[in-house]
Design a protein around this ligand. Sequence first.
Ligand SMILES: [Zn+2]
Length: 271
Amino acid sequence: MKIYIETDIEGVAGFCFFEHADPKMENIQHRHRMYRLLTDEVNAAVRAAFDSGADEVLVNDGHSSGYNIIFENLDPRCRIIHGRNCSGPHWLPLLDSSCDALVLVGMHAMGATPNAILPHSKWKVNGGAIYLSEGSMAAAIAGDYSVPTVFVSGDDKITAELKSKIPGIETAQVKQALSVYQACSVIPARACEMIYAGVKRGIARRSEIKPFHIPGPIRLNLLDSTGHIEMKEMFPEDVEAPTIDQAFMKFERRMDWTSFDTSKVDGFVFP
Ligand SMILES: [Zn+2]
C-alpha cells in the first residue's frame, strides 16, 4: 500500500502568521519553531500510514519554498519530495494511480472564507459551479487518478469544506479559526495524537471513501488578492482542458511566479 501525504503549513496547530517577505524582518527562531511543529504533525501522519500497513509513504513539502519540513527528523521509512513547489514537473510530483490514498496535513481555507486563518487561493471551476481550496484542488487532482482523499487536518473552516465535498473523509480540526491572524489551537502534542488517529481511521476506511472526481472538460480560473478580501480573477479568460489535473497545470504555467516544466533558474532566493 502506497500513501501520498500532501502538506502545507498554514493549518498546523499554533501557526497564525505568514512569514515576513523581507528576510531581514524575519524572526528566524519563530520560523524554525513552526517548522518543528509542522514536522511533528507530518511525522504523526507518516507513522499512522505505516502502522496501517503502508509499505511506501511519500511526503510532499508543499508550502512556498518546499523546504519547510525538517526532513532529517522524519520517520526514516518515508521519502520526501522537497524543493520549491513551483519548479518541478507538477504541483503534486509522483502522485499517480499507483497511490492508494491521499492524506492532507496542515491545510488552510480558500480565499475570502469568513473568519478563516490565513485563507488564500480560491479556484473557480466551470464558471463558479464549484469553488476549490488548495486542499480540495489536491483532492480533485488525486480524483483524476482514482485516488481517494481519506484525511485532512487544519482549522474548522477547511475541515468543513472537505467534509462537504468528500462524504466520509476523516478530519482532525487542530484549531478553531477566529480571524485571518488569530486562532484557538489545541496543544501540538494533542494535534499529533488527533492526526495519528484520524489518518489511521481514514486509511482503514479508504475503500468506503470515493475519490473526489470532477468530470471534465474543465474551465478554471483563480480568485485571489493580496488582502484576501477583494477577490479578483487572475486572468481575464478561463483556462480550458479535458481534466482538472491538466487545467491546473496549464493555469500554473501561465503564472509569472512559476516555472513548471522549465529548467531555467527563476530567481527564487532560498528563504
Ligand atoms: Zn502554504
